[in-house]
Ligand binder design. Structure first.
Ligand code: GDP
Ligand code: MG
Length: 318
């Protein structure tokens, strides 16, 4: 088992597509070897720059990610793309559409694209995405782009992983911009006004600036608005330069370090929780015991505090 995991880890580091795909599947399935693999790869990580791309469906996220990827590849940087789309299962239309659109990179070994299933994740989608990002980092992808629809808490958690967050908006959103989630407003490091070839771009940009003037700048960074026409590859170079500028600012202000420490603090708590829960409840018999105790508490035969003490005692944790 162990030598083969070592070999697997080496192949991941070399960027071998099959080894990477297998590793992502292991992460998605929460297979025990995924943890061992990530442990071995961890020392090789911490070099990638993670950019989160979020916005409503149809705003052009996939198109933009595709264009940004091509930009980075033209600069000889290796690129990894993680597409998280809650509206589509693996074989669904949207993902297939993404695949077809990304086919321009199909024969490029410096580029790795993966669509993530979004349902049925043990331990949460954000955690799986974070682990896949680590994997791509270990595989030498300097630019990791994470596409996600900015709707639920899951998506917000995913975007929080990123070093730089792009929030996409398009003209014709009408009053939507007023109702835009405060959360999205706060996590955006750069606002991208895509489809700026469409009517109403000036108006949306004005509204956006008005709203942004109310947001406190973080460490002296005022989130800029960049206009793009992703489908025509317009504004993509300016956007990439703005992302690079943000990174420079981010590192100089030590904000990146602070963010990473915060991130790992949260991840450690999550890992601790899941391990302790595993130890406290054990296998199937623990689950049965939990259900029994819950019933007794619901019927007021037992108080919840004694029930928890009982679980801890029987698992040797107390
Ligand atoms: N007019 C125009 N259409 C665009 C632009 N960017 C993307 N599109 C189109 O918008 C549609 C949705 O794009 P897609 O990238 O799939 O959006 P996503 O759902 O946010 O990933 C596609 O038909 C794109 O070709 C743009 O800048 N201008
Ligand atoms: Mg998409």
């Amino acid at each position: 088992m162990m030598p083969s995991i070592e070999n697997w880890a080496q192949r991941v580091c070399a960027g071998e597509i099959r080894a990477l795909s297998r590793a992502i599947t292991a992460i998605e399935n929460h297979a025990p070897e995924a943890e061992e693999l990530l442990r071995r790869l961890f020392p090789q990580t911490g070099k990638a720059y993670l950019t989160g791309v979020t916005g409503a469906p149809g705003t052009g996220k996939s198109t933009l990610v595709d264009r940004l990827s091509a930009y980075y590849r033209s600069k000889q940087e290796q690129v990894g793309v993680i597409a998280v789309d809650p509206t589509s299962p693996y074989s669904g239309g949207a993902i297939l559409g993404d695949r077809i659109r990304m086919q321009g990179h199909a024969n490029d070994t410096g580029m790795f694209i993966r669509s993530m299933a979004t349902r049925g994740f043990l331990g949460g989608l954000a955690r799986a995405t974070a682990e896949v990002a680590l994997l791509l980092d270990a595989a030498g992808k300097q630019q990791v782009l994470i596409e996600t629809v900015g709707v639920g808490q899951d998506e917000i958690d995913i975007v929080r992983l990123a070093d730089c967050v792009l929030v996409l908006l398009v003209p014709g959103m009408g009053d939507d911009i007023q109702n835009m989630k405060a959360g999205l407003m706060e996590i955006g490091d750069i606002f991208v006004l895509n489809k700026s070839d469409r009517e109403g771009a000036d108006r949306v940009e004005q509204q956006l600036h008005a709203m942004l003037s109310l947001v406190m700048p973080r460490d002296g960074w005022h989130p800029p608005v960049v206009r793009t026409v992703a489908s025509e590859n317009k504004g993509v170079d300016v956007l990439a330069e703005t992302i690079a500028k943000f990174l420079k600012h981010f590192e100089a202000s030590s904000e990146r370090k602070r963010k990473h420490i915060e991130h790992w603090k949260q991840r450690l708590v999550e890992l601790l929780e899941s391990r302790l829960l595993q130890r406290a409840l054990g296998g199937a018999s623990g689950e049965v015991r939990l259900a029994q105790l819950a019933e007794e508490v619901a019927e007021r035969k037992k108080d919840p505090f004694s029930a928890v003490s009982e679980i801890l005692k029987s698992s040797g944790l107390q």
